[in-house]
Design a binder for this molecule. Structure first.
Ligand code: SF4
Length: 356
């Protein structure tokens, strides 16, 4: 009898062990098969359309000390906190350029925590009114009371990444932070009607089994958007000298996310390899381009804080140009809103891509 190859294992739904085997098998044939299946699934559901998100990282102050992060509080770097007027102006510029959503991101800024987030709530309210675009907030861990306030403003998305679902590894990466507090926080946001984005970092000491667990948890918690980014060493951080992983790992995780959760929104982040990394992520099955930043705005990215920003590489025009060359196009704001309207039902219908 013919021995089972990696590709024979690739049946839907997948078990944890099968996901692990697929991650361990690095044969070019298997990888190509994964990417091509992921693209086919994306095309069946989303056609030729790709969504695009604008990124507004408006405060780089943070009370935490994550080992992998450039903006950790112990790192002596120049920081900024944009004024509400600046944030709203940038958001309007992004909206005019054709993005589908504004991702309002900050470190866990102690200043905003001290004032109960009044400024951020005000910014969010004005921004929603002025741009009429859906908003994702990425503020870190919040109290239930604050999540209630964002939910009342009609904020569509709450992004909060564990980065790993191995609790021991979490402790080493997110120093002095509580794994379950973070999980509970996003589950509370979901209960309040917000869509949630979960994320993992590739190349931070995880094993294939940990990646498989992350993929399963993402489905279990009902994350509607799932992101993976390759770790990039950050100057001045304790992981400054660690190596960045082979990008193939990130691409395979993107493909597996698409195969396991066909309706999920899956980012191709410009924040890892800049605009030059867009094509391979889209080819792996991603359907959202994130981290679009207006040039000369004084804003930074997260993993690659300045890469391609002022050179204009992270703009809608550049993204359109690349997608066009791939036979794809950017969705309109109304197409994105329509997709969001039906997303909760679709995610629920599609959960079942993994068996225990
Ligand atoms: S990852 Fe986020 S919470 Fe952690 S140090 Fe960086 S900005 Fe702060």
């Amino acid at each position: 009898m013919k021995e089972k190859s990696g590709m024979d294992l690739f049946v839907h739904p997948l078990t944890r062990n099968q996901i692990v085997d697929l991650l361990k098998d690095n044969s070019p044939e298997l990888n190509e098969e994964l990417f091509s299946r992921a693209r086919k699934i994306r095309e069946d559901i989303f056609g030729k359309k790709i969504f695009i998100y604008g990124f507004v990282y408006f405060s780089t102050f943070c009370r935490n000390n994550c080992n992998f992060c450039y903006f950790r509080k112990s790192n002596e770097i120049e920081r900024y906190r944009k004024s509400p007027e600046e944030v709203v102006d940038i958001a309007k510029q992004l909206a005019a350029s054709g993005i589908n959503l504004i991702d309002l991101t900050m470190g866990e800024d102690p200043g905003y925590h001290q004032e109960e987030f009044n400024t951020v709530l005000e910014i969010t309210k004005i921004m929603k009114e002025e741009t009429e675009l859906p908003v994702m907030i990425s503020p870190g861990v919040l109290s239930d009371r604050l999540i209630d306030k964002f939910a009342e403003l009609g904020v569509e998305w709450y992004a909060l990444y564990q980065e790993t679902h191995n609790e021991e590894l979490f402790k080493k990466l997110r120093l002095h932070q509580d794994y379950f507090e973070r999980m509970d926080c996003k589950m509370y946001a979901k209960e309040k009607g917000m869509l949630i984005e979960e994320g993992l970092l590739a190349g931070i000491g995880e094993k294939e089994e940990d990646i498989a667990d992350s993929l399963m948890v993402m489905g279990k918690i009902g994350a509607s958007q799932m992101r993976v980014m390759s770790f990039v060493p950050q100057k001045g951080s304790p992981m400054e000298n660690a190596e960045t992983p082979d990008r193939n790992v990130e691409m395979k995780i993107i493909a597996l996310m698409r195969i396991l959760y066909p309706y999920a929104l899956i980012p191709a982040s410009l924040d890892v390899d800049g605009i030059k990394g867009l094509q391979e992520r889209i080819n792996a099955g991603a359907n959202v381009v994130t981290s679009i930043i207006p040039p000369q705005s004084g804003l930074m990215g997260v993993a690659q804080s300045t890469m391609d920003v002022d050179e204009g590489g992270r703009t809608v025009e550049e993204v359109k140009h690349i997608l066009d060359g791939m036979g794809l196009s950017v969705a309109s704001a109304s197409e994105y809103k329509e997709y969001l309207r039906t997303l909760p039902q679709r995610s629920a219908a599609a959960s079942g891509g993994v068996t225990c």
